[in-house]
Write a protein that binds this ligand. Structure first.
Ligand SMILES: N[C@@H](CCC(=O)N[C@@H](CS)C(=O)NCC(=O)O)C(=O)O
Length: 228
């Protein structure tokens, strides 16, 4: 389309939903430009960014003047406005509803519980200059285990991916959250053969875009190992 510009995304790759958006764009070869918003420097609070997203959070997407926040909405918008394989966000109503079912559940479960472990093991100790009380970490881990049980026993019960036989937006959002605790050297899927096989399938489907987006998490993991 004449005059149409590349979709622009505002990201910090330390953020799980930002990695999901970038992986989707790269994996589907959707032309895009990335604007880095360094959360550690507070760039999300700068006036220009606040104008774009008053909630002061990343990711944000801008497509020809249309500004959208929330990774879930951004991914679904990108999947429906670009010619991408149907498995990402199927047109079939029931298959699509399965993806919507997971993504509605995701934020208060997979995301909330995995992010809490990361916050207690990496972010808070950095901000406060001292480790989080072990009892708090234990509690967060127990909550995360409950979510991992549901991923295995409900979503992956009879199928290779969370919402069907092929990768969808649900797997992408989930994997980016479950990789985050690796920042402290903790692999939360370590003792979960079913979820480990799922991670391998997701990783193979995402090819290079997965490792590229997660290189920042790998660097953090390697630094945490060096400290041990
Ligand atoms: N529900 C939102 C969550 C966005 C979000 O919480 N972003 C975090 C990074 S993961 C952020 O920008 N935090 C900056 C802040 O709260 O100051 C989504 O899925 O896009």
């Amino acid at each position: 389309m004449a005059g149409r510009q590349f979709v622009k995304v505002y990201l910090d790759l330390m953020s799980q939903p930002c990695r999901a958006v970038l992986i989707f764009l790269k994996n589907n070869k959707i032309p895009h430009t990335v604007v880095n918003v360094a959360l550690r420097k507070g760039e999300q609070t700068l006036p220009e960014f606040t104008k774009l997203n008053p909630m002061q959070k990343v990711p944000v997407m801008e497509d020809n003047g249309f500004v959208l926040t929330e990774s879930d909405a951004i991914l679904k918008y990108l999947a429906t406005t670009n010619n991408v394989p149907d498995h990402w966000y199927p047109k079939h109503p029931e298959k699509r509803a399965r993806v919507d079912e997971y993504t509605a559940w995701h934020h208060m479960n997979t995301r909330m519980h995995a992010a809490k472990v990361f916050m207690f093991e990496v972010l808070l100790p950095r901000m406060m200059g001292q480790p989080t009380e072990p009892v708090k970490i234990e509690k967060a881990l127990v909550e995360l285990e409950g979510t991992l049980d549901k991923l295995e026993n409900m979503f992956l019960k009879r199928q290779a991916f969370l919402c069907g036989d092929d990768i969808s937006l649900a797997d992408l959002l989930a994997i980016c959250e479950l990789m985050q605790p690796l920042g402290s050297g903790r692999d939360v899927l370590k003792n979960r053969p079913k979820l480990l096989s799922w991670r391998n399938r997701v990783q193979s489907a995402l090819a290079d875009s997965f490792d590229e987006a997660h290189s920042i998490v790998y660097r953090l993991r390697d630094k945490s190992k060096a400290k041990l």
